[in-house]
Design a protein around this ligand. Structure first.
Ligand code: 4AD
Ligand code: MG
Length: 432
């Protein structure tokens, strides 16, 4: 008998199949039992009738508890009322392992701490099933976008000797005789090297920030997608980000629409998104915020509340560009028209989800870069290889980093970023 996944059952109407999975729920009324069955690709109802399976099979089925692992053989029947469109009339029930304890997650009102403590089991819940499928769709979209545009994937290292972003939030690790190294905050510096070799490059990997922020937008370990393109200037960079984010939204709408609906996402909000995205300079944004009553002055960075108010004016994500040099990292190229600001942008998601992209044109002049490193009290000698890039065929180049979980939280409409990643690392949690 053929082993089939639930997702494909519609192609097997009236055929006999084998399913391998787990018992999600069970109810019974004497001679008939209904098992809500899952196999990782979907959910389907299995009907076990005593008269069809015989006494022995029925007794086995009777012993099943929640989250028992189970192989079922049976006939696929069309069922218009079922979300899967089918149900299974069992002919044989083969338990694989039956728990000896109650499954820890059964109530609708477990606290979030309890659920996070049982994340290894919570992942089996229906809502998590849909969220992880949305995550998968976002990641597929990212890779597809770059493949279609002839970018080369460059995997950047996780142990790094030089600070990539800011000194404030580094994880230090003892690295044999070398001494202290850091877990990467960003792969950007390495992508800058790679773009001088391959033109258009991207990465997708974990990054680390030892930030003592306990907000719904912060993870300690999160995934970032970064891109870097030689000869791209600020405007090219902004367009690339706009194309990417639009592409991701369209891809998820096409391939994970049912998952969005299943977790209650208001899909119309995503359908409203249009190119070009709105833009504001930092200076315009500060004026706007001051009018809204924010106590903010030119030079301050925006916090979560400011970002929310700025982005809520629009249906599509908002680019805020040309931040003051002091508010941003050492490597950003000054604006030739006003060197007090840099050629950068942050992309703010709608609906209060905050910054999903940080981006800039990079300094390509050797002397200016050395000056900025010193200004930021960074050890110039550790940046020898990064400075080399400015000695050998330096060109203007630009890039950005997209926070994968922030993007997922926004697209899926999650209340908190911790549900956007399978095993979240937050200020107070590294277990499980
Ligand atoms: O703005 P950031 O710090 O930019 C960089 O690291 C650049 N070097 C990227 C580049 O130009 N190649 O981080 C990029 C994005 C943010 O916009 C945000 O979406 C996400 O990464 N991010 C976080 N996501 C979750 N938790 C955190 N603690 C995050 N910090 C940044
Ligand atoms: Mg940023």
């Amino acid at each position: 008998m053929e082993w089939v996944y639930i997702k494909n059952l519609k192609d097997y109407i009236d055929k006999e199949v084998e399913l391998r999975g787990w018992v999600r729920r069970k109810r019974s009324s004497g001679k008939i039992m209904f098992i809500e069955f899952r196999d990782g690709t979907g959910f389907v109802q299995v009907v076990v009738e005593k008269t069809t399976v015989g006494d022995e099979n029925f007794e086995k089925a009777d012993k099943l508890r929640l989250e028992s692992s189970l192989i079922v053989r049976g006939k696929v029947r069309k069922d218009e009322r079922a979300p899967s469109g089918v149900e299974i009339l069992a002919t044989e029930v083969i338990p694989v392992q039956i728990p000896t304890e109650d499954f820890p997650i059964q109530k609708p009102d477990h606290s979030i701490d309890y659920l996070m403590e049982h994340r290894h089991l919570w992942l089996r819940a229906k809502r998590q099933f849909h969220i992880m499928r949305i995550r998968d769709a976002v990641i597929k979209a990212i890779r597809k976008f770059y493949w279609e545009r002839d970018f080369i994937q460059i995997d950047t290292p996780i142990f790094t000797g030089a600070i990539g972003e800011t000194a404030g939030n580094l994880f230090e690790v003892d690295y044999f005789d070398y001494g202290k190294v850091y877990l990467t905050q960003t792969g950007q510096l390495y992508l800058e090297a790679a773009c001088m070799a391959f033109g258009k490059v991207y990465n997708l990997g974990p990054t680390f920030r030892a930030e003592k922020s306990k907000t719904r937008r912060h993870l300690i370990e999160f995934w970032m997608n970064e891109a870097e393109v030689a000869y791209y200037e600020h405007e090219d960079n902004v367009r690339l980000q706009e194309d990417l984010v639009y592409y991701i939204v369209q891809y998820v709408l096409n391939s994970a629409y049912d998952d969005l609906v299943a977790i209650g996402r208001d899909v119309s909000k995503l359908e409203k998104i249009q190119k070009p995205f709105p833009r504001m300079t930092y200076t315009e944004a500060v004026k706007f915020l001051q009018k809204q009553g924010f106590d903010i002055k030119w030079g301050d960075d925006f916090g979560g509340d400011e970002e929310t108010v700025l982005a809520k004016q629009f249906d599509s994500p908002l680019f805020v560009t040309h931040y003051p040099r002091q508010a941003k990292a050492f490597y950003m190229q000054p604006d030739p028209e006003n060197p007090e600001v840099v050629l950068c942008d942050d992309l703010l998601a709608p609906e209060g989800y905050g910054e999903i992209i940080g981006a800039s044109q990079r300094i390509h002049d050797y002397d200016l870069l050395v000056e900025r490193l010193k200004e930021n009290n960074l050890p110039v000698e550790k940046y020898d290889w990064y400075l080399d890039l400015r000695k050998f065929g330096s060109v203007p180049h630009s890039g950005f980093g997209l926070g994968v979980e922030r993007t997922i939280a926004w697209i899926a409409g999650l209340e908190h970023i911790r549900e956007a990643i399978p095993f979240a690392r937050t200020l107070y949690r590294v277990h499980p």
